[in-house]
Each structure stands twice: as structure tokens, then as C-alpha cells.
Design a protein around this ligand. Structure first.
Ligand SMILES: Cc1cc2nc3c(=O)[nH]c(=O)nc-3n(C[C@H](O)[C@H](O)[C@H](O)COP(=O)(O)O)c2cc1C
Length: 230
């Protein structure tokens, strides 16, 4: 068993680290262009971006060779739509555990905070693995409407004079969209660059209207999908 994760602003990394400790196994970060990974059982943790799975995680899942998979979608307490279903579509492995974990929201600059106790039923599924079926979940009608463009319009990335053009942000970007603090149109605003900058030269500024909307729509519960009883 191994835990794989991608994390833009550290929330999913915190959940993945907890899961690895709880399961006494290794955690590995998902990187762009990662070679094919083979594991009997893989736990894949990903952040929910616009009710979807980050492209770097989809690419990883397509290449992953695993018999069984467990999925953890970490979301900002607004909605996870059908992101778990979309992640599961990218793999041939049998799904044995799935949960959507409420954590802080990147754009609200919140700390990574989730309730570990709420994940116990998820770990119980891993201990006694049987295939589970995800129920149909609805995505918001606007979720697939130019998500990257909406994120870019809602959040600015700011570069200060502290930038030394060290290119750490270029290497950290899962979209290969960053050029020494300047994002191009492939940027999805995951904020990996901002958190990776060794000189704290990058920051981000969500539009006030977006911040107000996010604060108003927080729901924030963790949902574990359990096997149906026969
Ligand atoms: C580009 C972007 C889109 C997001 N879309 C959603 C969303 O649709 N629903 C939601 O509840 N949270 C959303 N969030 C919040 C993240 O899911 C949440 O902050 C998560 O904890 C981020 O994990 P990370 O720090 O590992 O990247 C979004 C965050 C970003 C950066």
C-alpha cells in the first residue's frame, strides 16, 4: 500500500501524511510526467479544483497500475461535485474506499484543517476491502464552463521584487505554466508556485466578490462512501 498525493497549497499533503501514518505506509507526491507506478493497493489523495480532478492527478491515474484503489478528494467545504467519479474513471483498479474530506479553502488562505476521526470509516473499508460503487453525484452546471479561465479571472498571482528568478516556481508548477513568477494561460491557480517560492516573492489575491461568495457557501463536511449492503 502506498499513498500518492498532489497538493497545491498543502491541505491534501496534510491529509495524505495523516493517512500514511494511520496506515503505516509511505506517502509520495505526484509529479508531472511521473513514470508509471505499480502498487497492489494505492491510495490517491487529490484536491478538488472546480469540482474536478487536477490534470496532473488524472495523468497519474491513467498510468497507475494497481489492483485496488482508494480515493480521497480534499475540498474546500463548498462542493466536490462528481470529482470522485471523475477520478475513478481514469483507472481500471477496483475501488475499495472513497471519501470527500472537507479542509480549508486555498483562496481563503485557511490552514489545512480536517477532522481525522471522520475518516475512520474510510480506513475500515481499507482494512476489509470489498469493491464499492459510488452513487451518482451532480456537478454544478457551471463547473465545466472554462474552469481555468474562471480561476484566473478570480485570483491574481502577484510577484514582488524579492523574486530572484531562481525558477523554483517553474519547476513546481504541475501545468508547466509558470515563468519566473509570471503565469501563462495554462495556469489553473493551484498556488503550488506561491507555496514553493523560497524567497516568498509570490502571493495571490482573490477578488473580494469571490471571497464573499466562498464565505457564504461554506458547508464543510466529510463524506465517506461505504459499500452497499446486499
Ligand atoms: C483552482 C481551485 C479551485 C477550487 N475549486 C473548489 C471547488 O470546486 N469546491 C470546493 O469545495 N473547493 C474548491 N477549492 C478549494 C480546494 O479544494 C481546497 O482548498 C483544498 O483543500 C486544496 O487542497 P491543496 O491545498 O492540497 O491544493 C478550489 C481551490 C482552487 C485552488
Amino acid at each position: 500500500m502506498k499513498v500518492y498525493y498532489f497538493s497545491g497549497s498543502g491541505h491534501t499533503a496534510a491529509v495524505a501524511a495523516y493517512a500514511a501514518r494511520r496506515l503505516s505506509c509511505e506517502a509520495a507526491a505526484i509529479l508531472p510526467d511521473m513514470p508509471e507506478q505499480s502498487e497492489r493497493t494505492a491510495l490517491v489523495a487529490f484536491p478538488v479544483y472546480c469540482e474536478d480532478v487536477p490534470p496532473v492527478v488524472k495523468q497519474f491515474l491513467y498510468k497507475l497500475r494497481a489492483e485496488r484503489i482508494a480515493l480521497l478528494a480534499v475540498y474546500g467545504g463548498i462542493s466536490f461535485g462528481n470529482s470522485l467519479q471523475r477520478a475513478y474513471k481514469c483507472t481500471n483498479a477496483a475501488l475499495i474506499a472513497a471519501a470527500a474530506v472537507a479542509s480549508g479553502h486555498t483562496f481563503l488562505q485557511e490552514d489545512a484543517a480536517f477532522d481525522p476521526a471522520s475518516l475512520e470509516p474510510f480506513f475500515a473499508c481499507l482494512a476489509a476491502p470489498v469493491p464499492i460503487r459510488l452513487p451518482a453525484c451532480r456537478a454544478h452546471p457551471l463547473a465545466r464552463l472554462f474552469p481555468g479561465l474562471r480561476s484566473r479571472m478570480g485570483v491574481k498571482i502577484l510577484r514582488t521584487d524579492a523574486c530572484t528568478a531562481c525558477k523554483t516556481c517553474n519547476a513546481a508548477c504541475p501545468q508547466r505554466a509558470m515563468h519566473c513568477g509570471k503565469p501563462d494561460a495554462k495556469c489553473i491557480r493551484c498556488m503550488k508556485c506561491v507555496h514553493a517560492c523560497p524567497d516568498k516573492a509570490l502571493a495571490f489575491a482573490p477578488r473580494p466578490v469571490l471571497v464573499r461568495w466562498l464565505r457564504k457557501h461554506r458547508r464543510g463536511d466529510t463524506v465517506v462512501f461505504l459499500p452497499q449492503k446486499t
